[in-house]
Design a binder for this molecule. Structure first.
Ligand code: PLP
Length: 392
């Protein structure tokens, strides 16, 4: 095409520059697209948005998102991955892909709050029965499975109260009755718990957390090993129209090479902080899966290879909420905020009795996300804030 035969507008749109082939660099290129151009009608007519060896439309992916999907699936030993605009959207996608009105699902009652709220909404508005179960129920879940039960959600551990479920026992009971098990595996980043080695059918990740690591991106992923399950997820993805922006995809890709090193650094610092907290009289219980006081610790020890930066503590019940609020607000390095997996330390207080039905006891729980600061500085910060809790 010769540019000089066209008017100014046409030549601005139909440029004839082609970059030379052979460019090699480490980063994935950022391929933006809504329209994908087919080379001829035959390839347009043969298109399938389920086929990840070819491209159909930006909503279904570009080389940038296909690359992230392949890498995220590989991290936890899956084969297929579908990206979603947030971690919560990954949960929605699984529910939409596998449920219809009249079905029943089981959700652990310590699950990520918005997952439970979505369950209540599915029940109110979509005729899906949702029941919440004790996360430590293990093989006993078999008794809860009904003829219309389609899906069991699990979260390992619950990301506030930290109970570690017996995933293999839940999976065995579910599979004996042909029920799917979906796991919110965000806490382990897919590194410390290999979902598919433990029989999980569908794993979801909030890539917002460790995979991004920057506290700047919202993204989710639905990962499977089974092609048929993946095909149902892709069907739902197509119908709902969950797309992701390629600049965001790039930001997550950029975090992946350091994922394991960051996760291990969070893990090491979190254990140092938790060890120190254990010595403090203000703390009744350290809810860190690597500690024996954490419900389900034996399951963590058997099934997990690490712990990352997220854990909670239960304050002595004699301390008032006003005192624990003062503690949280006196922290300087720890900021008040949701989410985790970034380099900044965070904390959030929760009233334990509002968290879940099966919890025995009361008091204030504070959840810590240990960032990448030096552990000794974080401990000193907590020490000065604890000192300010007590009336002078
Ligand atoms: C953050 C989080 C999600 C949701 O991720 P968003 O990207 O914030 O929507 C889901 N599950 C768990 C366990 C989470 O921590």
């Amino acid at each position: 095409m010769k540019n000089d035969v066209f008017g100014q507008n046409t030549s601005l749109i139909h440029t004839d520059y082609e970059a030379p082939a052979g460019f090699v660099a480490f980063p994935d290129a950022i391929h933006h697209a809504s329209t994908v151009v087919f080379k001829d009608l035959a390839s347009m007519r043969a298109r399938s948005w389920q086929n990840k060896d070819a491209y159909t439309y930006g909503l279904h992916g570009t080389p940038t998102s296909f690359s992230l999907e392949a890498q995220v699936a590989a991290i936890e030993g899956g084969k297929h991955c579908v990206l979603t605009p947030s971690g919560l959207a990954a949960i929605s996608l699984v529910n939409m892909a596998f449920l219809k009105s009249g079905d029943d699902i089981l959700v652990p009652d310590n699950a990520y709050g918005p997952n439970k709220e979505q369950g209540a909404w599915l029940q109110r508005s979509f005729g899906i029965q949702v029941r919440f179960y004790d996360p430590l129920i293990g093989a006993g879940i078999s008794d809860l499975i009904q003829a219309n039960t389609r899906l069991i959600w699990a979260e390992a551990p619950g990301s506030v109260t930290m109970e570690v479920p017996d995933i293999p026992a839940i999976v065995r009971a579910a599979h004996a009755k042909a029920v799917l098990v979906a796991l919110d595996n965000t806490w382990s980043a897919g590194l410390a718990f290999k979902a598919f080695e433990h029989g999980i059918d569908i794993s979801i990740q909030a890539l917002t957390k460790y995979q991004s690591g920057g506290s700047d991106v919202l993204m989710g992923a639905v990962i499977t090993k089974d092609a048929e399950l993946n095909s149902k997820i892709l069907d739902a993805h197509m119908r709902i129209g969950f797309g992701v922006g390629m600049d965001d995809v790039y930001l997550v890709l950029r975090g992946l090479p350091t994922l394991k090193m960051r996760f291990d650094a969070h893990d090491k610092a979190a254990r140092e902080v938790a060890t120190w907290l254990k010595t403090r009289p203000e703390i009744a219980q350290v809810l860190h899966p690597a500690w024996e006081d954490c419900p389900g610790h034996a399951h963590w020890k058997r099934d997990f290879s690490g712990a990352g930066g997220l854990f909670s503590v239960l304050f002595d019940a004699k301390l008032s909420e006003a005192q624990t609020d003062r503690f949280v607000e006196s922290l300087k390095l720890f900021k008040i905020g949701f989410s985790w997996g970034g380099s900044h330390s965070l904390c959030v207080p929760y009233r334990i009795e509002t968290m879940r039905n099966h919890w025995k006891g009361e008091g204030i729980l504070v959840r810590f996300n240990i960032g990448l600061e030096d552990a000794q500085d974080l401990i000193a910060d907590i020490a000065q804030a604890l000192a300010l809790m007590h009336p002078r």
